[in-house]
Design a protein around this ligand. Structure first.
Ligand code: GRF
Length: 186
């Protein structure tokens, strides 16, 4: 099956997924889409010889991104640190879209809840644990059906960065594997 990844930032999840599927017969990463030409993910994808589509924010809601998706025909779209709202008209044509969120949804989700904002909020609320949520994307931020959650204890964490590190470890460990398990069902 063909996987397209959407990412806006560092791309550690994107790279991990690209790497993982080089050794899996379940899927291949066919393209990386990014709204930020300076994002590290762009360079990382190119280093792996993966085609990259860079688009301005305005083009997500115009025709260009959909046109490019038609070119690659992905069976699954994976949002890995993608910071823009995924448009409904693209979802209608490509309903198999999943996202990873760096917290245990439904807590700490919604607009503005990304990156260290999430971990800061978790820390301020003195949560004993946080984690990751992998879920389907629908027309509302962070509200689609859950596919997988994993928690981690953070009682020893004193900064958002320390929490981020634990969450990243979970992401690296589980995200590609969950995608691989999902593929036969899509
Ligand atoms: C991850 O923490 C992911 O859960 C969130 O954005 C971050 C992306 O990190 N949605 P990276 O770009 O994969 O390094």
């Amino acid at each position: 099956k063909k996987i397209a990844i959407f990412a806006s930032g560092n791309g550690s999840n994107a790279e991990n997924i690209i790497q993982y599927f080089k050794n899996s017969n379940q899927g291949t990463v066919v393209a990386v889409f990014s709204n930020n030409s300076n994002a590290k993910v762009v360079e990382k994808a190119k280093n792996h010889q993966i085609p990259v589509v860079v688009f301005p924010k305005s083009e997500l809601n115009a025709g260009f991104v959909l046109h490019e998706l038609h070119r690659f025909q992905p069976d699954l779209i994976v949002l890995a640190g993608f910071l823009l709202k995924f448009p409904e008209f693209i979802l209608k044509e490509y309903p198999k879209v999943i996202n990873i969120h760096p917290a245990l949804l439904p807590k700490y989700g919604g607009k503005g809840m990304y990156g260290n904002h999430v971990h800061q909020a978790v820390l301020e609320n003195k949560e004993k644990e946080t984690g990751i949520t992998i879920h389907y994307v629908n027309e509302h931020y962070d509200e689609g059906e859950f596919i997988f959650q994993k928690a981690v204890n953070i009682e020893d964490c004193k900064s958002p960065e320390e929490i981020a590190q634990k969450v990243h470890e979970l992401e690296q460990r589980y995200f590609p594997e969950i995608i691989e398990k999902l593929i036969p069902n899509i």
